[in-house]
Design a protein around this ligand. Structure first.
Ligand code: Y12
Ligand code: CO
Length: 170
């Protein structure tokens, strides 16, 4: 089922998510719905809080070298923790909860992360470049943070002005 994605400035997006304690059918349904929702909206990453569920769950599905977004490359991530990070890179990010807005954000270029899959198996993974950016972007959502909070004061001010105008026009 495709769920509704909540958008800025919905206060729920500021809520910190809680760890999953049961790897049950309800979790599998949430993950399946998140995948359908992300694909329906042309996203490459989605956190559960974006569909109003405050649980530490996120998915990432990056396009491959042929620009194809294959389901076999879907990464389902439960209760993630960054163990180590290194370097920095700048990437122009977008977010389904802040539609039609893109801006450069600086993040670690390489991270080592631990998380659980849908069956409760622990996974430790090293990620770099776009995958590292995607993990960090989605993990910020679990912490109640959006990428616009990383903008400089002036860029944020400009964003707020544009966003207000856009909301009024709706
Ligand atoms: C790198 C940077 C950011 C992420 C987080 C995941 N972000 C997304 O999946 C953003 C998707 C997105 C899709 C949009 O829709 C289309 O392009 C058709 C979009 O534009 C509109 O909503 C009009 C904005 C964002 C991962 C890796
Ligand atoms: Co986002």
């Amino acid at each position: 089922m495709v769920r509704e994605i909540i958008t800025y400035p919905n206060k729920l997006l500021k809520q910190k998510s809680q760890d999953v304690t049961e790897f049950n059918e309800a979790l599998h349904t949430l993950l399946d719905d998140m995948y359908e929702t992300m694909m329906a909206k042309n996203g490459i990453g989605l956190a559960a809080i974006q569909v109003a569920i405050p649980q530490n769950v996120l998915i990432i599905n990056l396009p491959d070298k042929d620009d194809l977004q294959k389901k076999e490359n879907l990464i389902e991530v439960i209760n993630p923790k960054i163990i180590e990070k290194q370097g920095s890179m700048i990437y122009t990010e977008g977010c389904l909860s802040v539609p039609e807005y893109y801006e450069d954000v600086e993040r670690a270029k390489w991270i080592k992360v631990s998380y659980y899959d849908r069956e409760g198996n622990e996974i430790i993974r090293e990620c770099e470049d776009l995958l590292a950016v995607a993990f960090q972007h989605e993990m910020d959502h679990l912490n109640g943070e959006l990428f616009i909070e990383k903008l400089s004061f002036l860029k944020r001010k400009k964003f707020e002005k544009e966003w207000k105008k856009r909301l009024k026009a709706k």
